[in-house]
Ligand binder design. Structure first.
Ligand code: ADP
Ligand code: SF4
Length: 688
């Protein structure tokens, strides 16, 4: 079944006293659940094990109450009371033969301790380094407290063992985790034997590893996640110094887990980072140690994975996002089903769950974090209900996902698309600068549908209510999408902006259709996600003189949650885009716009031969309402249900559309829940 050239990926690998069944290593990753949603997180990890991963890790687990990075979304191992929920997780991970790993984190200078209210303790006294510049400083650990911390790590290791885990990961990458803070001169200013030389800065790591080995080393594999390059020059833990560290401590842990120095670098979106982007930073490290090396790089191609191993770069293929987008990635390679792999698109929507303290979503895998809450399995659908066919109008991410999920339930599915290409917004957005990988949303589903006998696709088929009533389908799914407004209505303006006659106003839809203005262009961004920044990039690259005006304090503000805001700003600045923050647009003239200061209202004039409005989107729901108005005719036409979903119901990111399409497919012919909660949840137990 499996192509022999991928055999190497399925070789067992020893990690300390244990053996992973293959080289597929799901590195620790967040999911927005943490201790608050233990069963949801456990079921998600179980499905990865079922999907064939040889190693499955938890997310960050706070190992002591004196250090906590966020109040809600990580795991905790503060005392024995946390063991049962972690045990549920490890049992789930091991059910299908994976090694169960737990990532122990002491956040030090990254932990503001908002919940615990403990004074943060760090390697050196410093302001807390978080995404939100919290107004809290950490004090330096005293020598005796370093001793305490060593003891706490041992206690946490023993508790991890009691909770059923096989592997421990000591966290010191991405700028997070006290091991990196000891290693880096940016966070270690100590003058005692824990500071100064690299030998001294690595002392804590050596001590903790020795302590833990004594305690549990005969039965647990000990991994260390270290930063490949802190990317702040020679002051930080550079790639060169990291290599020195590994050379000096060649066989310290049972496995080296290598990840980039900041989370933004490590989990860079596809807009800015290619697959295997960390290769140059990792190459050659394997030769410095006898222990296996795992690295990440948004690996979705088995050929690239094999190359990483054959070239002697890595021993194990580390994946976070690719394992979210397709938990069954290893199984699909094993079964020779490469074309069935649902590749991560690198949009980083999954990370926004963590950043917004909500359960993570995945654009490609709408079942992510719904495995337990809703009982959704990424590879298995619920049984077909009593009706037999569905007409889906619109082939954007919502329509395509609905079609793919419905045909697997056994329905006969027809998809009607007005345009000559499928994909809806994805077909248009994938041609924007940096967004080509997003096309995988369309390509994956289009290919899968083409393999199915029970799916018919009709391109160039704009439908109206009349024709739908004539067709005789039982269920009508309206996924007709949305379009960008040209009148500026969004957040700053709830009524249209005054626009002078003769003013040249464009929307992102115009740009995506190839109508790209030149000369002096003002782009007004009151949407705040990626579209404004991407359109500014497109305009600048095609030669326009671009001024981006936004009422926000940041360009593409919401992309702070996808870890790309700073890179977007830098890219636009490099391209010569003039960035005007904290200002709105009050009026569009024929050759200028008037702009108001968000705070004072002070007006300024900006020359503009054309204006691009990146404001909000309007649902294409006219067809739905036309059908609803003719409900009396449904029975004669054989129609049992009409449902509106995706951007046509309410515009949102692509992940919202695939989720909506999937949900529609799951719930068709299923009795409605009425007022009941549509998902399972766990409730904090009341103390007696
Ligand atoms: P979503 O994100 O909700 O999937 P999109 O905007 O990506 O929405 O996709 C909607 C698709 O529906 C577009 O490709 C559009 O051409 C198509 N469409 C809209 N109205 C009709 C219609 N009346 N008949 C057929 N296709 C339609
Ligand atoms: Fe990949 Fe986007 Fe899914 Fe994250 S949300 S796993 S980046 S497809």
């Amino acid at each position: 079944m499996r192509d022999a050239r991928y055999d190497i990926l399925f070789e067992p690998i020893r990690i300390g006293p244990l053996t992973a069944k293959n080289r597929f290593y799901q590195v620790p990753h967040c999911n927005g659940g943490g201790y608050r949603d233990p069963s949801a997180a456990a079921e998600m990890r179980k499905i990865k094990a079922e999907g064939g991963w040889g190693v499955v890790f938890t997310e960050q687990c706070e190992m002591h109450h004196t250090s906590e990075i966020t109040p809600f979304i990580e795991l905790r191992l503060w005392d024995d009371a946390d063991i049962p929920s972690l045990n549920r997780m490890s049992d789930a991970m091991k059910e299908h033969g994976a090694l169960a790993g737990i990532q122990l984190a002491y956040s030090g200078v990254n932990g503001p301790n908002f919940y615990t209210r403990e004074v943060p303790r760090a390697v050196s006294a410093q302001p807390i380094r978080t995404f939100t510049n919290d107004p809290v400083q950490a004090r330096a650990l005293s020598k005796s407290e370093i001793g305490d911390l060593r003891r706490w790590f041992v206690t946490a290791a023993k508790r991890s063992k009691a909770a059923g885990f096989d592997l421990l990961c000591l966290y010191g990458a991405h700028g997070f985790g006290i091991f990196q803070h000891f290693l880096s001169r940016a966070t270690n200013h100590r003058t005692d034997e824990y500071g100064g030389s690299l030998e001294n800065r690595s002392r804590f790591a050596r001590e903790v590893v020795a302590d833990i080995r004594d305690a549990v080393g005969d039965t647990m594999g000990l991994t260390m996640r270290v930063s490949l390059d802190e990317t702040i020059g020679t002051l930080g833990f550079s790639n060169a110094e990291m290599r020195e560290f590994i050379e000096m401590n060649r066989n310290l842990p049972d496995l080296w887990d290598l990840a980039h120095g900041t989370w933004e670098d490590c989990s860079g979106p596809s807009r800015f980072k290619e697959e295997a982007a960390q290769e140059v930073l990792v190459k050659g490290i394997k030769e410095m140690t006898d222990k296996p090396v795992v690295g990440v790089g948004r690996f979705t191609s088995p050929d690239v994975m094999v190359k990483m191993i054959r070239s002697g770069t890595l021993d194990l293929i580390g994946c976070a996002r690719p394992s979210i987008a397709d938990p069954f990635l290893p199984r699909k390679i094993e079964e020779g089903r490469i074309e069935d792999i649902r590749e991560c698109i690198g949009c980083n929507i999954c990370i926004t769950g963590d950043m917004t303290m909500s359960l993570s979503r995945c654009t490609q895998n709408p079942t992510f974090m719904e495995e337990w809450r809703k009982g959704w399995h990424p590879e298995r659908m619920n049984d077909k209900g009593e009706s037999s066919n569905v007409l889906i109008v619109g082939s954007g991410p919502a329509g395509l996902e609905a079609a793919w999920a419905l045909c697997r339930r056994g329905y006969d599915v027809a998809v009607a698309e007005a345009r000559d290409v499928l994909g809806g917004r994805v077909a248009r957005e994938r041609i924007l600068p940096g967004l080509s990988a997003w096309g995988r949303v369309q390509d994956y589903r289009e290919y899968q549908l083409s393999q199915r006998a029970n799916v018919e696709i009709y391109r160039e088929s704009p439908l109206d209510a009349e024709s739908i009533l004539e067709f005789g389908f039982e269920n009508i799914a309206i996924a007709t999408g949305s379009h960008w407004r040209a009148d500026g209505v969004a957040r700053q303006h709830v009524t249209p902006i005054p626009i002078a006659k003769g003013a040249q106003v464009f929307t992102p839809d115009d740009l995506m259709e190839g109508r790209v203005p030149g000369g002096k262009v003002v782009l007004y961004d009151d949407d705040h996600y990626y579209m404004g920044g991407v359109c500014a990039e497109l305009l600048a690259r095609s030669g326009a003189e671009v001024t981006l005006i936004t009422p926000s304090a940041y360009v593409s503000d919401w992309t702070n949650n996808t870890l790309e805001q700073a890179t977007i700003h830098a890219r636009l600045a490099e391209l010569g885009v003039r960035i005007v923050l904290n200002r709105g647009v009050t009026e569009v003239g024929a050759d200028h716009v008037m702009s108001d200061c968000t705070y004072t209202g002070a007006l300024e004039r900006y020359d503009a031969e054309a204006v691009v409005m990146v404001a909000s989107r309007q649902s294409e729901d006219a067809l739905y309402h036309a059908l609803m108005a003719r409900q009396a005719e449904w029975a004669d036409a054989g129609i049992r249900s009409v449902k509106l979903f995706g951007d046509a119901e309410a515009p949102g990111p692509i992940a919202w559309a695939t989720y909506a399409g999937h949900r529609y497919a799951r719930e068709l012919d299923v009795p409605e829940l009425g007022d009941a909660l549509p998902f399972r949840r766990e409730i904090t137990q009341l103390a007696p």
